[in-house]
Write a protein that binds this ligand. Structure first.
Ligand code: SF4
Length: 269
């Protein structure tokens, strides 16, 4: 992988490393795409990535600074509520005290989701982590900061998209969600998708992808395939936490989000 014992590095390996570094520069130049280790360093993150904290490739002029911004009527976290979220805001109010599953008794904060209630792009992750549980916001930890950078690399702002999770409450100790928890919570996600009515859904990680696609396939099998969720194009990519663990995923992730952007731009279905 990227880490190599200096004493054993051959000129060929060194050249490969230099080439990879140059490719990274080309890939993310001008988009402030921060490499995973830099994110952790900047925010003093725990080396063990939080649940919401992931993954990515190649120069993408079509995603450059000239990309049009999405029209907004933003809904910041706390409330898809307080701002102009309308239907979505009142839905949040209806379900924010939910105790349909055990997680409703162990959470600190309910994490509905945040962003533009009329967003054309909807990102779906797995479940809140510790930072999100404290903040009541999705994707605010190290992985969340990386997701923000990925969105910016797509030529957009975080506020232009809608971000949520399959589960609205944190599983204790970041354990995997249980099937019964997913069964209890998934109707909320379905409603959110119906209300936001995005042009494209981007599933972050295996868990969200399996949940929405009703599949037990591995992430590698689902990635790169054309999917639909109730008629909406769906792209599968790595969770930002996976990117924090393994920088090699960033190239594939970059390809995936470029695909999302092309669908958003109407260039590809
Ligand atoms: S995880 Fe979902 S179903 Fe369970 S208590 Fe939280 S909101 Fe309700």
């Amino acid at each position: 992988m990227d880490s190599t014992d200096d004493a054993q590095v051959s000129p060929h390996q060194t050249l490969r490393q230099v080439r990879r570094a140059l490719e990274d520069l080309v890939l993310f130049e001008g988009r402030q795409f921060i490499l995973p280790d830099q994110v952790s360093e900047q925010i003093g993150a725990d080396p063990r990535p939080p649940r919401e904290d992931v993954s990515a490739q190649q120069p993408a002029p079509e995603l450059g600074a000239s990309a049009p911004a999405v029209a907004t009527g933003r809904v910041t976290s706390e409330a898809a509520s307080a701002s102009g979220g309308g239907e979505l805001a009142s839905f949040r109010q209806q379900i924010c005290e939910c105790t349909k599953c055990e997680l409703g008794h162990t959470r600190q904060r309910f994490v509905f989701g945040s962003g533009d209630p009329n967003a054309d792009i909807l990102f779906v992750g797995e479940a809140p982590g510790a930072d999100e549980d404290r903040a009541g916001e999705p994707f605010v930890g190290a992985a969340g900061q990386l997701l923000t950078k990925i969105i910016e690399a797509m030529g957009m702002k975080r506020e232009d998209v809608f971000i949520c999770n399959v589960l609205k409450c944190r599983p204790p100790n970041n354990r995997d969600p249980l099937p019964e928890e997913v069964a209890s919570c998934e109707p909320y996600l379905k409603e959110q998708i119906r209300m936001v009515a995005p042009k494209v859904i981007c599933c972050l990680g295996k868990f969200a992808s399996q949940a929405l696609l009703r599949s037990q396939s591995s992430l590698s099998r689902m990635r790169g395939q054309q999917h639909e969720y109730e008629g909406i194009p769906l792209v599968v990519t790595y969770h930002p936490a996976a990117l924090l663990r393994n920088a090699a995923y960033k190239r594939d992730t970059w390809e995936d989000v470029k695909w999302v952007r092309r669908i958003y731009d109407g260039v590809e279905l």
